[in-house]
Design a protein around this ligand. Sequence first.
Ligand SMILES: Cc1cc2nc3c(=O)[nH]c(=O)nc-3n(C[C@H](O)[C@H](O)[C@H](O)COP(=O)(O)OP(=O)(O)OC[C@H]3O[C@@H](n4cnc5c(N)ncnc54)[C@H](O)[C@@H]3O)c2cc1C
Length: 414
Amino acid sequence: MLSTPSNTAVAGSQIGDHGIADGIDEGVLTTFFSETVCDRIACLEHELRGTPRFHDPLAWRYSVPELAGLDFSPETGRAACSAARMMEMFRLFGVLSLDLRDVPGLGHGRILNSIGSRTQFLTELRQIAHGKSFVAICITEEQGGSDLHALQTTADRHHNGYTINGTKSYVARLRQADFYIVFAGVHGLEHGLSAFLVRSGTPGLSISDIHALGLQGISWGTLQLENVHVGLGDRIGGEGQGFSLFSDHFTYWRCAMAAAAIGCAQAALNRVKQRLHTRYAFSGLIGRFSHLQQEYAVHASRLHMAWLLVQDAARRIEGKLPGYMDSAMAKAEAVEAAIAAVQWAMLVHGAYGYSVEAGLEKRHRDLLGLRIADGTTDVLRGQVARGLLGDELYALSLGRDVPPRNSIKERRLW
Ligand SMILES: Cc1cc2nc3c(=O)[nH]c(=O)nc-3n(C[C@H](O)[C@H](O)[C@H](O)COP(=O)(O)OP(=O)(O)OC[C@H]3O[C@@H](n4cnc5c(N)ncnc54)[C@H](O)[C@@H]3O)c2cc1C
């Protein structure tokens, strides 16, 4: 038990006080950090609770830099925490707020730590791991989100670097980020995308905001790049390596977002549990109704199944086994299970569940954003089907040249 003010808040909580159901899981936290760091995190939670800054990931990262450095050791370049352990952290912060999904680790800065580029970006990686810098990933454009082949941003190669032109849309974190990882097609290179590190403040960049329904703890908007110059040393990996950087990174990141979604819904189910035990209707606790008990069991089971998918995908990442399909499965199913659980939690809370004060509607709005961000559920299920059924049917669905069936490449789950 930590000796912090948050304990007092938790002890004094009633229904409607987010302390019990939506608080930091101290049991998990103490397995990551010393008592001093745990105390700092608990104090911060207490200080920020009920203020808009509670949902600001930078407030957490700057105040407790140990959180930002969880998955990167500047000395070795290796992860300090395994992927499975990191998923516990993403889940823990998802309980607090889905806006805090960016708090643990390097976030999208992980791409800078990919093979062959670690020493190249060591200064930036250190800044990110010390909670001093933040990274936005800029892929989506008005004409291409799921379809990476439709991206139109271009990079023209010169003797000393590249000039990038294009417009990235629906990008999170632009206002907060110090570094943008921009995906573009190199002129003259027929196939493949390339990734570049662009520093905020570089001439030719301009940002405009888009008003989002949820996930408002960080900005969301458009990044215009007009003759933006980057050096040769700002290319991440080789020319045309963008797709492989993308799939490596999103194998991890989708798994992390699945864990955060599970945490987000877990908090809503905790609230339901309290409600079932305390709310009276028709002369008895509403928890006596078997349909509510049954539904509670269904949502808890679905979330737990999704968590097992996350753990399994994380183990594959750790074991360097192909995991693109597995993390797509985990993210798609976790987010859908989480949305269903939170919607049901609102119903169980009656009119109070529909109020902003209850905090459930925010969880719902945030999850609807996560359902689209980092790959929509439909598109991710398409990747799962591709893994299980093979490239032939996938190519047919997209009207691409159909490769001959190769059943050896089809994943078998049983
Ligand atoms: C909150 C939020 C944060 C975001 N943050 C970022 C960010 O930081 N950086 C960034 O680059 N982007 C970001 N995005 C954009 C996001 O990655 C894209 O919106 C997403 O990949 C979907 O692309 P799209 O919007 O173009 O949808 P589309 O590609 O138009 O897809 C729309 C729908 O069409 C169907 N569809 C399309 N293709 C297929 C297929 N192959 N198989 C089956 N169905 C298909 C599906 O039903 C899909 O849901 C964010 C989006 C949101 C909502």
